[in-house]
Ligand binder design. Structure first.
Ligand code: TMP
Length: 206
């Protein structure tokens, strides 16, 4: 049997990492083989791209460069890690995937959604997650949590208006997506985990 690809999305500080651990434990308890990924990153080359994306450069990083780096990383990850795992029957839990590009580069940076779909088609074809968990948090809460973890990277320094646009794009996209749920990530961690696992369980029992 093929594995399934479950993706966790949200702003920085939404609590993706702890929800991913909870989901991995939940799936393993069902006897499933589970692997995690993160984007950008997840293969040696894609991790080098991640460093490049997060670095604060002493030159303008164009929207096009940022966008192409996201797809370059995703192409490496999907081809070298995700597809082989799924065909082996391993379930993959991803920290971000294509919806992040729609939210950050489309919503945040203002790249036309038609350009994103063209790149998506070239890079991924019809490949897409089986289930998406969107952790909804306000930019104020998310960035305060991210700041508490240490210095902000190049994207985290983009400013409050940028993150408002990212969140608005997440919210509008998720509404039209089948096999996706929104979790209020301003709640306690216990409640966020419980809501995410219950949504996942509902989808699994469909
Ligand atoms: P994080 O996953 O550790 O939060 O860091 C990834 C950063 O990269 C985060 O600021 C979101 C950003 N990003 C994009 O802008 N577009 C993308 O497609 C992806 C996957 C991430």
């Amino acid at each position: 049997m093929l594995g399934k690809f479950i993706v966790i999305e949200g702003l920085e500080g939404a609590g993706k990492s702890s929800v991913i651990s909870a989901i991995v434990d939940f799936l393993r308890a069902k006897g499933l083989e589970v692997m995690t990924t993160r984007e950008p990153g997840g293969t040696p080359m894609a991790e080098a791209i991640r460093d490049c994306v997060k670095h604060t450069w002493d030159e303008t990083v164009t929207e096009q460069t940022e966008l192409l780096l996201m797809y370059a990383s995703r192409s490496q990850l999907v081809t070298n890690k995700i597809l082989p795992a799924l065909s082996n029957g391993t379930w993959v839990v991803g920290d971000r995937h294509d919806l992040s590009t729609v939210a950050y580069q489309g919503g945040g940076r203002g790249v036309a959604l038609s350009s994103l779909s063209q790149l998506k088609q070239i890079t991924l074809g019809e490949f897409s997650p089986d289930f998406t968990v969107y952790l909804d948090v306000s930019p104020a809460t998310g960035l305060a949590r991210a700041r508490g973890r240490g210095e902000l990277d190049r994207i985290e320094l983009a400013g409050a208006a940028f993150f408002e646009r990212v969140r608005n794009m997440y919210v509008s996209q998720i509404k039209g997506m089948p096999n996706a749920c929104t979790i209020d990530a301003e709640q306690t961690m216990e409640k966020v985990h419980a809501d995410a696992l219950s949504a996942l369980d509902d989808w699994l029992s469909e």
